[in-house]
Write a protein that binds this ligand. Structure first.
Ligand SMILES: [Zn+2]
Length: 183
């Protein structure tokens, strides 16, 4: 009784329900089970279903998504909807990606977008280099106090080295300022 020409599929009694299940992100086998036809039967007609936003885990990268490891973190955070059959919502992937890229840099006074999707990233490209060289501007108050007292202790114990380092640092600073003015 289900021996219908694919072109006439919309006349089949289960068509509407099958479409709804498809749009809700059910897999062929789950659709088939719910309406009482085989997975293969669904496979034969599914090119007539409307386009849907659900994709398989294995398709994430080809839809401009992150690596699988990163994606699993997004899922754990509840940022990507999962269908009853375990497919993922393509739009949530795009939205999460855009949101992560657009996060503002946390360096004081900088509002450039971070520009990478790494959840732990806090700085724009320029400042991620900067904070690796010189962390002071991005320390919190507790870190700053600890830094001060460590520095004071060290300077007290190494007065000559400290003086020499200070001299070199101020030379390097002046050199950078000159370089900035010239370029
Ligand atoms: Zn920045």
């Amino acid at each position: 009784m289900l021996d219908v020409d694919a072109v006439n599929i919309p006349d089949v009694s289960w068509w509407d329900l099958a479409c709804r299940l498809w749009m809700a992100g059910y897999r062929d086998s789950d659709i088939g089970r719910q309406i009482g036809v085989s997975r293969q039967r669904i496979g034969q007609v599914k090119s007539y279903f409307p386009a849907r936003p659900w994709i398989e885990l294995g398709e994430i990268e080809q839809f401009n998504g992150p690596s699988e490891l990163t994606f699993r973190r997004w899922i754990a955070k509840g940022w990507v909807r999962r269908s009853p059959s375990g497919l993922y919502h393509q739009e949530d992937i795009a939205t999460t990606r855009r949101r992560l890229l657009a996060r503002p840099c946390q360096y004081p006074g900088c509002s450039q977008p971070i520009g990478i999707i790494d959840i732990l990233a806090r700085w724009c490209a320029e400042h991620s280099l900067e904070v690796r060289r010189y962390r002071y501007p991005v320390m919190n108050e507790r870190e700053k106090r600890a830094h001060y007292s460590r520095t004071r202790r060290w300077v007290a114990n190494h007065p000559e080295t400290a003086q020499e380092m200070q001299r070199r640092a101020s030379q390097a600073f002046k050199k950078r300022q000159r370089y900035k003015r010239q370029n």
